[in-house]
Design a protein around this ligand. Structure first.
Ligand SMILES: C[S@@+](CC[C@H](N)C(=O)[O-])C[C@H]1O[C@@H](n2cnc3c(N)ncnc32)[C@H](O)[C@@H]1O
Length: 264
């Protein structure tokens, strides 16, 4: 028998995300950083007549994208299932800018009231619920929330980049003369391999359970949800202290997350 989607899991994860809101910036890679190459900016800048359009930031978190969206779009919706995150997003904006944003405390698959109304939907590192049935449902809901010429863009955490990082660290140790087993052990320690399930693309850390993505799955699930045209490209993170052993890897091509753009 197919197990139904568990409501508890949603509440449980929403609670953990709320709990992490306070120290969010210390724990998570920042895709908006000055030295990060993020195709999201160009894609948002290319939206024609944004000043007449409606954008939704799904899984807005602490709201790092909201100030930009408020400046550029006519109407801004910010949605998250973690009240602690929404509170921080409101604080970040301040009362005046926050009054121009409509906040929704709810999960991303619960979008019936937006059906066919959005010009642009954005989800940056928020398509992360580990149950892929919920991911599929969320993608279908986002698709249904868009106008016929609408677009869905965002970023998902990359599972393949973790493998890349692991490989570089291991090779570095081998080059220094370590035995393969020791090189493997050290690399695994640095990337905190114990938090990842590579086969199924899961990450778990202090109660949070997150989905990590490979590009073929992103294309597959966007298509499955009814997006007919999808583009993927990399968000490039420089090797620096935000990545374990990063400074020593500066000579290698950067690490990445996956940027996507889907149209109906
Ligand atoms: C990694 S944070 C990213 C936040 C923000 N988009 C950013 O770029 O900083 C993920 C956010 O998505 C929210 N989230 C995850 N799954 C969600 C779901 N199914 N429905 C609503 N919010 C969700 C979490 O509460 C959290 O605030």
């Amino acid at each position: 028998m197919v197990e139904p989607l568990r409501k508890n899991e949603l509440h449980n994860q929403a609670r953990h995300w709320s709990r992490h809101a306070a120290q969010y910036d210390e724990l998570f890679l920042d895709p908006y950083g000055r030295n990060v190459v993020n195709p999201l900016w160009e894609a948002l800048a290319a939206v024609p007549d944004a000043a007449t359009k409606t954008v939704a930031d799904f899984g807005c978190g602490t709201g790092p994208l909201l100030p930009y969206l408020v400046e550029r779009f006519a109407r801004v919706i910010a949605l998250d299932f973690a009240p602690g995150m929404l509170k921080r997003a409101g604080d970040r904006l301040g009362p005046q800018a926050a009054s121009r944003v409509t906040f929704f405390d709810r999960p991303m698959h619960d979008l019936a009231e937006f059906a066919g109304q959005l010009d642009v939907a954005v989800a940056v590192n928020s398509l992360v619920m580990p149950d892929v049935r919920l991911i599929d449902r969320t993608l279908r809901a986002i698709r249904a929330s868009l106008k016929p010429d609408g677009q869905f863009l965002g970023v998902v955490p990359s599972m393949d980049a973790i493998g890349y990082h692991l490989m570089l660290l291991m090779d570095q140790s081998l080059d220094q003369g370590l035995a393969p087993k020791e090189a493997q052990r050290l690399a695994a320690l640095h990337v905190e391999r114990r938090h990842y399930d590579f086969a199924f693309g899961h990450f778990h850390y202090q109660g949070l359970r997150q989905k990590f993505w490979r590009p073929f799955e992103l294309e597959y699930r966007l298509t499955k949800a009814g997006f007919t045209s999808t583009t993927l490209s990399k968000v490039l993170y420089p090797w620096d202290e935000s990545l374990a052993g990063g400074a020593a890897l500066a000579g290698f091509p950067p690490s990445w997350d996956w940027f996507f753009l889907g149209r109906l």
